[in-house]
Design a protein around this ligand. Sequence first.
Ligand SMILES: C[C@@](CO)(OP(=O)(O)O)[C@H](O)COP(=O)(O)OP(=O)(O)OC[C@H]1O[C@@H](n2ccc(N)nc2=O)[C@H](O)[C@@H]1O
Ligand SMILES: Nc1ncnc2c1ncn2[C@@H]1O[C@H](COP(=O)(O)OP(=O)(O)O)[C@@H](O)[C@H]1O
Length: 277
Amino acid sequence: MKLTCPAPAKLNLFLHVTGRRADGMHLLQTLFRFIDLSDTLHFELRTDGVVHRTNFIEAVPEEQDLCVRAARLLQKNTGCTLGADITLEKCIPMGGGLGGGSSDAATTLIALNRLWSLGLTRDQLMELGLELGADVPVFLFGENAFAEGVGEKLQAYELPEAWYVVLFPPVHVPTAKIFSHPELTRDSVSIIIRALRTQPLRNDLQSVVCRLYPEVASYIETLGKYGSAMMTGSGACVFAEFPDQAQAEAVLQKLPQTMRGVAVKGLMKHPLQDWVL
Ligand SMILES: C[C@@](CO)(OP(=O)(O)O)[C@H](O)COP(=O)(O)OP(=O)(O)OC[C@H]1O[C@@H](n2ccc(N)nc2=O)[C@H](O)[C@@H]1O
Ligand SMILES: Nc1ncnc2c1ncn2[C@@H]1O[C@H](COP(=O)(O)OP(=O)(O)O)[C@@H](O)[C@H]1O
């Protein structure tokens, strides 16, 4: 038996750092939006219990791959003796604040819950997902969401149709380096969800990233000539929102050819939302 499933990327339409937990993890408020830029995962059932990624991905060794780790975590927690061959077609730039690894992990949990007939509920999958990373639960939640805590307290948030130009600056920003920076804003005032309609949106991680990686600042400045440009997550990717495809693509055309990026549609929900009860 085989399944082929998408794993969409996310944008953080705003991100505030409101405090720090006793274990050092930062408390955030953020708005997650899924976008139509996806990895594709293929799952083939194995009856010998082995979980194996079939393709070579230079930046991610098999044992570290969040898909493989998600599959093994699911086996461990359910006692399932089935396995899977997983083929991962990467399209989402890695380590860019687009949540690709987290999304791959969530898609693996959803797909194997079905392929192995485990019957775990959405809440059970979200609890498992959180063990793999703070960004995993939202992809299992399945709706665009306002998030608090480290990203695990989620409320569905309805967003209008929109298109995004997403640019990939050629730098790798380690998330831990930004969160541990002494000059990071860690005391933003908590907002209530309704304030999002009226408040200008910002990302509290952006100024530290721009100082350490001037390329990110330069991409924001260039894209900012055409729209309201911001960084997603801990970077390095930057984005701006447009009302329709034509406007987003026109902006992409005007940007210097050296700037890699895409024009993508914002999704109204996760493509596998209906797969989980
Ligand atoms: C910033 C966000 C916003 O969506 O996105 P990304 O840029 O990763 O996509 C996430 O909160 C990223 O969550 P996650 O992807 O789980 O972070 P990890 O890479 O595991 O975090 C690496 C390290 O960053 C620090 N960290 C991370 C998240 C957080 N809320 N507080 C932290 O202090 C911790 O030191 C952690 O060990
Ligand atoms: N399936 C995967 N896809 C991408 N990255 C992965 C995966 N599994 C593990 N990783 C690791 O997670 C890191 C963060 O990846 P990713 O989720 O793409 O970025 P971000 O957290 O910035 O949104 C990568 O640099 C890589 O080392």
